[in-house]
Design a protein around this ligand. Structure first.
Ligand code: 4NP
Length: 151
């Protein structure tokens, strides 16, 4: 799960996907990272922690880190929150770039449309709640498709 700061959106995506995968009985390794370094080492944004907690998910022990090229080898799927994330992952990955692994997070809900998960960094708690709902629905759909496909 990749966003810009690894402080608002992708930590939530990580926590939600880990919880939903566990509930579906899937033994997936989930992680998140940001394409920028600004927040490395910090816990998730307090409002991301809050909206997660309100939905029964504890993301407080997660720590921000920057995406590295080797993540392209380490993970089978890389979900980006928006188009800038996509281009930055491509830039950072360099020769290790494998476009077949990289998906827009909201393609699961809106196929073919490059819809971003809106950045709530300067937003209200309501904006964080909207992001939670989008990410939760996307995670559920991704898991559903995976299970249906019998992969
Ligand atoms: P995120 O949000 O990419 O969802 O973690 C942001 C976090 C930090 C900044 C921008 C967006 N920033 O400019 O520091």
């Amino acid at each position: 799960m990749v966003c810009l700061g690894n402080i608002c959106r992708s930590p939530l995506a990580e926590g939600i996907m880990r919880q939903r995968a566990m509930e579906a009985g899937l033994n997936w390794e989930i992680d998140s990272a940001g394409t920028a370094f600004y927040h490395a080492g910090e816990p998730p944004h307090i409002q991301s922690q809050q909206v997660a907690r309100e939905n029964g998910i504890d993301i407080s022990t997660q720590r921000c880190r920057q995406f590295i090229a080797e993540d392209m080898l380490e993970f089978d799927r890389i979900y980006v929150m928006d188009g800038d994330n996509y281009l930055n992952v491509k830039r950072i990955s360099g020769q290790l770039w494998d476009g077949s692994k990289v998906k827009w997070m909201l393609h699961a809900l809106y196929p073919e449309q490059n819809k971003p998960v809106p950045d709530p960094y300067f937003g209200t708690q309501g904006d964080f709640e909207k992001v939670f709902d989008l990410l939760n629905n996307a995670c559920l759909r991704i898991i559903d498709k995976y299970v249906q496909a019998g992969e």
